[in-house]
Design a protein. Structure first.
Length: 545
């Protein structure tokens, strides 16, 4: 890559380049690194004031990853993984952001990133065979290839709380957290939402708040993280043969290192099964626990054995038996919604200054100037924290007006059905790639590896195009139809399909009910990608220029 974005901008308000990538999170940064390897000139456009994506935005107290650090990191460079030292089993947000900054500097891609740039539109010009990408400031970027690395949990969901604008206190959103948390110290705080974010925040808020009210609509299952500093012995164990560690992770369904056997929960004696659950629970890892047996997300009877184990642990952690029953999910298989990990979440309810507000008894009616009203009564608070989630997977892309070979826009199509080929390409949108789009493993796996898989697949395809003089690639309608049908059929045979969750788009009003992930697992998905590459991309319509 030559010249910085600023150099090229000096000419006029239009930049011509080979590849534009939207987003400078993990996917955008890796795309820039791969583009350089391919000799492509590339620019990343980033809405945030800095790089890092999720880890730039989510600075709320206690924000950390629920995939272990040794897994949640780049695997493409042996030297990088040897030279970086993770300090915690589950890294906190500042350390992950520092790692991403390190990668940006190490591979010298900072000059190719334009921050504070919100992409609002992308239009395909069939004659020129190029995309025109328009930013909110009016700047335009023309490129043959367009990669959308916009993140799967980057579009904050509308909280859908009537009267929020009337609230006289402070409203905080975890992914837009202010630099200081002083706003919560010594005040009465309400947190709405008990997903992964709420579960991380509750113990942190409970420490500082005068009183904390936890508004729970749907409880989540959570395991203790047993987060701890990594020791010299941990470093040696993994780094001693990091390649084998990574290779093993790639052959698992979740894309993270596990040491479980490929067997059914129903094929072992109850004592043996419980001993296995105990071993994995005591280790502290949702991925390892969910991998205890191979049928936990496909067979309800198998799943019941796991959830009964977790429920017994929750009852041990919450002192008040009646309260314990309220924070235990009802009729929901474990691990088909996000299986969370926590650092003292359930124990927070043992504190006199923490109150659970069970919304299944009476929902929130409205927010008033003084607090939150439900059951005809206002719970007065000074701060409301909205841990109410995201418009996942398709939300950030639907926010950009993307026009391909013909209307409708990509957003309009996905408003009906989030169809895609492999989660990487969409029919009618030539030369456009999505990183961890709908129909790929994404959040049902180690996101870091899922991103690497996609960027590497896209880079290999771009290399194939360069070697064969191909200037235009588009997935056929048939290949896309087959993949979407396969993804939904696979999902329908699992417990994901019968669980109400954002995995199915059900947390956002009007979003179609469709499983947004390929749940066949990372290893199987990897085999599919390799097969497609080896067969020279059947399903793709290629045009030489
Ligand atoms: P989640 O997992 O979508 O959790 C959002 C929570 O907010 C969930 O408990 C929702 O209950 C609740 N919610 C949403 N809207 C409302 C309203 N209007 N009233 C009451 N409660 C509401 O988002 P997170 O940010 O916690 O986690 C997202 C992912 O980030 C996580 O899985 C990790 O991968 C990282 P509901 O379930 O809709 O009844």
């Amino acid at each position: 890559m030559t010249g910085s974005v600023a150099d090229r901008d000096a000419v006029d308000n239009r930049v011509d380049t080979d590849l534009v990538v939207v987003g400078a999170g993990i996917g955008g940064i890796y795309t820039l690194i791969k583009a350089r390897e391919l000799g492509l000139d590339a620019i990343a456009l980033e809405r945030g004031g800095g790089v890092g994506g999720t880890w730039y935005w989510n600075t709320y107290p206690g924000a950390r990853c629920d995939v272990e650090s040794f897994d949640y990191s780049f695997s493409f460079d042996r030297e990088l993984q040897q030279e970086w030292t993770w300090s915690y089993k589950y890294a906190f947000q500042p350390e992950i952001l520092a790692y991403i900054e390190h990668v940006v500097d190490r591979y010298e891609v900072r000059g190719n990133i334009r921050c504070d740039t919100t992409v609002v539109a992308a239009d395909w010009d069939e004659q020129a065979g190029r995309w025109t990408v328009t930013a909110a400031d009016g700047a335009r970027y023309r490129a043959r290839w367009l990669v959308l690395a916009t993140g799967v949990l980057s579009q904050v969901k509308e909280p859908e709380l009537e009267g929020l604008a009337d609230f006289a206190g402070t409203v905080l959103v975890p992914s837009r957290w202010p630099e200081t948390t002083a706003a919560c110290e010594g005040t009465r705080v309400a947190i709405v939402g008990t997903g992964s974010t709420g579960i991380q925040l509750v113990p942190e808020l409970a420490e500082g708040a005068r009183h904390l009210y936890v508004f729970q609509r749907t409880p989540s299952y959570s395991l203790p993280a047993y987060n701890r500093p990594l020791t010299e012995a941990d470093q040696t164990r993994v780094k001693g043969d990091y390649e084998a560690f990574r290779a093993r992770a790639r052959r698992t369904p979740l894309g993270a290192w596990t040491d479980t056997e490929d067997r059914s929960a129903l094929d072992v004696l109850p004592e043996e099964r419980d001993a296995e659950y105990r071993r994995l629970y005591d280790y502290g890892s949702p991925m390892r626990f969910a991998s205890a047996f191979n049928d936990l997300t496909v067979d309800d009877a198998a799943n019941r054995t796991a959830r009964e184990f977790v429920e017994a642990r929750i009852r041990e952690r919450v002192r008040d038996p009646e309260l314990a029953e309220r924070v235990i999910p009802r009729g929901v298989p474990v691990a088909t919604r996000r299986l969370c990990i926590d650092d003292g979440y359930y124990e927070s309810f043992n504190r006199p200054d923490v109150t659970l507000v069970d919304l299944t008894e009476a929902p929130i009616e409205r927010v008033t100037a003084r607090g939150i009203e439900r059951a005809g009564e206002v719970i007065e608070v000074d701060t409301i924290v909205l841990a109410t989630g995201f418009d996942a997977v398709t939300g950030a892309i639907r926010n950009i007006r993307i026009t391909g070979t013909a209307p409708p826009t990509l957003g309009e199509r996905w408003a009906v059905s989030p169809d895609s080929w492999l989660g990487v390409m969409v029919h009618g949108f030539p030369n456009l790639f999505t990183v961890t789009g709908p129909g790929s493993p994404s959040v049902t796996s180690n996101m870091f590896l899922a991103i690497e898989q996609h960027v590497e697949f896209i880079a290999t395809l771009l290399d194939h195009c360069a070697r064969h003089g191909i200037t235009r690639v588009e997935v056929s309608a048939e290949a896309q139809r087959e993949w979407s049908a396969h993804t939904q059929e696979l999902g329908a045979a699992t417990l994901f399909a019968s669980t109400t969750s954002w995995y199915r788009g059900l947390n956002v009003a009007g979003k179609p009910d469709a499983l947004l992930m390929y749940v066949g697992g990372i290893a199987r998905y990897d085999d599919i990608l390799r097969g497609i590459e080896d067969d020279d991309y059947p399903g793709l319509l290629k045009t030489a220029g």
